[in-house]
Design a binder for this molecule. Structure first.
Ligand SMILES: Cc1cc2nc3c(=O)[nH]c(=O)nc-3n(C[C@H](O)[C@H](O)[C@H](O)COP(=O)(O)O)c2cc1C
Length: 368
């Protein structure tokens, strides 16, 4: 398979919490065990996935009854893979930057530079209350996350590092060894609100957002990129999608209908209530889940909205349409992870690469 220089990248959600990626009673041949996850990670790297994203949750809720911790789980997956980069979710509050910086620098050495992080800002107030963490209001959570990212990058690159922020302070701190990856470990972040986009433009390497239509994603890409340009920075974009690829469109749509028909109604409604503390709570009501319907919420991060549901050809075309509005990476979830990751690698990815190549040839011919 030939890949073009600007080939779109693929990540998958690590099912390190129970219940899969949909809040539904439908049968899911996905498992949160370590053994299943190792087989999945190995299948994913064989199938062309470059990244895996772990989740952080401290308490049960909405189907995720059991949750393995993200940093240790990421390390364990890296130990059993060769190429895959694993993105460990980190939540400022429970994590302090000093510990995260040290932990991740060590993992970077142990895994030949394959760890990355996703700084999440918190959406689940019940969780913060349960673990005795204060719950700053929405935009303050981003003030804290921004300081978190600034201090991580500072510690990873600078000797005698000092910082005097609202949430974190450092005085002449020198971390040794610094991470293997230069200039530092890649920093992703999740969220769609104005505060999230502004933070991405200022400090993050990657902006991860919930699923949405191409038009809505384009608005976010343009906003983040134009703000980043003002700061003389470049930010890459990752979009969530729940992928249902089947030989026929009817089969794929039937699976989606079944997932929604068998939704765990009580859990979806409770999840909807909790998300109002997150995206919908952002002052401009532009955050994740601000406009989500019941059906959207059956997938935790609005992954049905991206509409990568259909035949391999339809999905490949829609992925290239996302790329054409500036998306660099598709973050994917599946119902039956291992088997569907393999089907994706065999049937969908080659079509994406073909379409990308055709498009590049076409552009080259036009500019010649
Ligand atoms: C791709 C992605 C992954 C996320 N992973 C987690 C996670 O593992 N744990 C968590 O508590 N929140 C997670 N979040 C939630 C975000 O950090 C954030 O709280 C939420 O998206 C609401 O942000 P907003 O109001 O800025 O849109 C994730 C969000 C996205 C988009």
């Amino acid at each position: 398979m030939t890949t073009t220089a600007s080939a779109i990248k693929f990540a998958y959600w690590v099912p390190n919490v129970s219940g899969g990626l949909v809040v539904s009673n439908i049968e899911q041949r996905t498992d949160w065990s370590y053994d299943y996850n190792v087989r999945l990670a190995q299948a994913a790297e064989r199938s062309g996935f470059e990244y895996a994203l772990t989740q952080i949750r401290f308490t049960a809720g909405y189907g995720a009854e059991n949750q393995h911790e993200s940093v240790s789980f990421s390390h364990a997956l890296l130990a059993k893979t060769e190429k895959l980069k694993v993105i460990a979710a980190i939540l400022p509050g429970p994590w302090k930057p000093v510990l995260a910086a040290k932990q991740l620098a060590t993992i970077d050495y142990l895994t030949q530079g394959r760890i990355a992080i996703n700084v999440v800002s918190g959406w689940f107030r019940g969780e913060f209350d349960a673990i005795g963490e204060p719950w700053p209001e929405h935009d303050q959570r981003y003030v804290r996350s921004e300081e978190f990212i600034r201090t991580l990058k500072g510690i990873w690159t600078t000797d005698n590092y000092s910082f005097d922020g609202k949430y974190y302070q450092f005085q002449n701190y020198t971390l040794k060894p610094k991470p293997l990856q230069k200039p530092y470990i890649e920093v992703f972040q999740g969220g769609s609100s104005r505060a999230a986009r502004d933070m991405a433009a200022r400090v993050s390497d990657w902006y991860f957002t919930n699923g949405n239509s191409v038009e809505e994603i384009k608005k976010q890409v343009d906003d983040v990129r134009s703000k980043a340009k003002l700061a003389n920075r470049q930010v890459k974009i990752g979009v969530n999608a729940f992928i249902i690829a089947r030989d026929t469109e009817e089969e794929a749509k039937a699976v989606l209908n079944d997932i929604i028909a068998q939704a765990n109604v009580e859990a979806v409604n409770a999840f909807g209530d909790a998300t109002r503390e997150a995206g919908a709570a952002a002052p401009e009501r532009e955050g994740n889940w601000a406009k989500s319907t019941f059906d959207d919420l059956v997938q935790y991060n609005d992954g049905f909205k991206t509409n990568l549901i259909g035949t391999p050809q339809q999905i490949a075309e829609r992925i290239v349409a996302l790329k054409n509005v500036g998306v660099d990476l598709v973050l994917s979830g599946f119902l039956h992870f291992i088997e569907e990751v393999e089907y994706f690698g065999e049937k969908v990815l080659p079509l994406v690469r073909q379409l990308e190549q055709q498009q590049e040839h076409h552009l080259a011919a036009k500019s010649a």
